[in-house]
Design a protein around this ligand. Sequence first.
Ligand code: PLP
Length: 390
Amino acid sequence: MVEAEVYLDAAATTPPRQDVIEAVVHAQQEAWGNPSSLHNTGVKAAEFLERLRWKLADRFAVAPDQLIFTSGATESVHLAILGSATTLPPSRIVLSGVEHPAVLAAADQLKNKGWTVAFWPVDATGVIRLEFLEELLAAPTRMVSLIAAQSEVGALQPVAKVGRACRARGIRFHSDATQFIPQGCPEFNGFQADLVSLSAHKFQGPRGIGLLIRDSSLPITPLQGGGGQEFGLRSGTEALPLIAGMAQAISLLPTCDLDREWIPPGSGPEVRRQRDQLLQALLELPGLALLGPDLHQRLPNHIAVLIGATDGQPIPARAMVRELARRGVACSSGSACHSGHRQDSSVLTAMNVPEPWRQSGLRFTLGPWLDDKDLKHVPDLVIAAQRALS
Ligand SMILES: Cc1ncc(COP(=O)(O)O)c(C=O)c1O
């Protein structure tokens, strides 16, 4: 049953590639020693780790000491926000109104340390409203966190523009690029950010490994103590096999030149075309409306729609997800982390989607494991699921 599923939930996680699994197994066999040990087994692991660090640094055009290995984007985001804020006097952090819950949780912890949190309003498509830039970047703002590509509605944010404005004002700037990187790997400098977070399982790498890329001239306070690994910023024996898998997965990502184009090319040569075709077919169905930006400001693998019944009434997207799963299609009702709860989407609320529709956002996210025949029947299956709920 699961094998036959058409997997359209890349924003939640992605299937690991065979060569990634092989890289993990190889590292586990060849370099199982502790990189901190002084004997030959340890030195072999330390050298292995350094080669991986150089390879990854090269991909982002940074120095190796700018990379901090973490357990994933959730941890990277916490280290970026909390680790930076504790080096600054308590003041104000600005977040977009459409951040991932990990960012909201990290910023929430800052409130206990005397910080205030302000939200950058978004327009009806989920993109931040730049007319608020001067007001929000004025004192007392000392930190800004902006998601590079929004997971629920696919909106690409003007990260480099905000980054430049923050730099000019001496404001620390973090971008959560977890959904962006899988569609195109840019140089770190392209983000104009001090800190960038990402997670390997979103681009066919292993689960439980991520990166925080940083400007190493800026101080960060570690969140946990111990053996002092990762330049003292993230103690704990390095997950070398997972790092090897992440390095392999990153090496296969398409390059994205942020100076020339802000929309990444897509996780495979066909993904954008397949997305466009599927989106067009879905928008021809009664009761479906595009959610989020048009194709000029949207992730190239991302479709989000508001789903209504044939009589125009909103359908809870969670019910649609279950109906589609019965029919062999895996998709999502928005942020996977929220899908266990029946509540309005905070992202759709920030976008001012009318209240009755805030549980009706349905997301299909594509990846290079799909071919045209997988997608051919999806619109018919959506109709069948919609009728079952009308
Ligand atoms: C934008 C964004 N940030 C952070 C995360 C958290 O990633 P992880 O669960 O790998 O820590 C996710 C995962 O859904 C995400 O989409």
